[in-house]
Design a protein around this ligand. Structure first.
Ligand SMILES: [Zn+2]
Length: 245
């Protein structure tokens, strides 16, 4: 397994990673550069989407089913751009996601199937200075995913129906939280920026109107890189590492 470059120095890529997000496009805004770095280094990455973004369009000429189909197709295309072909859509309701036992079980099922070394998910902590990163669905997805990692996925008595499905307990050693107010792992994604933009462009229904997409996202990533003390011109994505063993 090759390395990915971080502010901690070269980091050996994990064998398997699972990204869990609330909506189609969240992973691409928050972590697609890192995902591209990981897959380029030989890591197998899977995605789990809690909702299919069925509240993510003001165009009421779409039926909900049409919007779900469109957004799942866009997310599959975006994933493909960064080397990901294993996607699970849990199809909970967009705009009304809650960290229920049902959502925890559904995420636990994916964790036990994928058996990742790292889970990348949204932060359950609201950032008051960046309210758009802290959509209530993101907070709920982050909370439910952390609960799935600890304790549910490792506890054989949690959701016994999963054992009956043949899904054995699994301990995830580490979680990387996106959009956290105090990040402590910064991944250099400069070489993968084009693939991140291609992934974001694949969400045509969400980003098609944004002629400034590259500039806007590039500005965020340059800011992350600068804060981490990277050389001028570098681009980075930032995470908070949660040790879970
Ligand atoms: Zn979102």
């Amino acid at each position: 397994m090759a390395d990915v470059m971080t502010d901690r120095g070269p980091l050996a890529a994990p064998s398997r990673a699972l990204v869990v997000c609330a909506h189609p496009d969240d992973v691409d805004f928050g972590a697609a550069g890192t995902v591209a770095s990981l897959t380029a280094a030989g890591c197998t990455v899977s995605y789990c989407l809690a909702t299919s973004g069925d509240a993510g369009s003001d165009d009421l000429s779409f039926t909900t089913d049409e919007l779900v189909a469109l957004r799942e197709k866009e997310q599959r295309a975006a994933a493909h751009e960064v080397g990901v072909d294993d996607l699970t859509f849990l199809r909970h309701g967009d705009g009304r996601l809650e960290a229920t036992l049902e959502l925890r079980r559904d995420i636990t099922r994916v964790v036990r199937r994928v058996r990742p070394d790292v889970v990348i998910c949204q932060s359950p902590e609201r950032i008051l200075e960046r309210i758009f990163a802290s959509h209530p669905d993101h907070l709920a997805a982050g909370e439910a995913t952390l609960c799935a990692v600890y304790p549910d996925a490792r506890n054989p008595r949690a959701f016994p129906e999963l054992l009956a499905e043949g899904l054995e307990p699994h301990v995830v050693p580490q979680v990387w939280l996106m959009a956290h107010p105090r990040p402590d792992l910064v991944v250099d994604v400069t070489e993968h920026f084009d693939r991140k933009i291609a992934a974001l462009r694949a969400h045509l229904s969400q980003t098609g109107h944004r002629s400034d997409l590259e500039e806007m996202v590039g500005g965020w990533l340059a800011g992350n890189a600068e804060q981490a003390g990277f050389d001028r011109g570098r681009l980075a994505e930032a995470f908070k590492v949660v040790p879970t063993v």
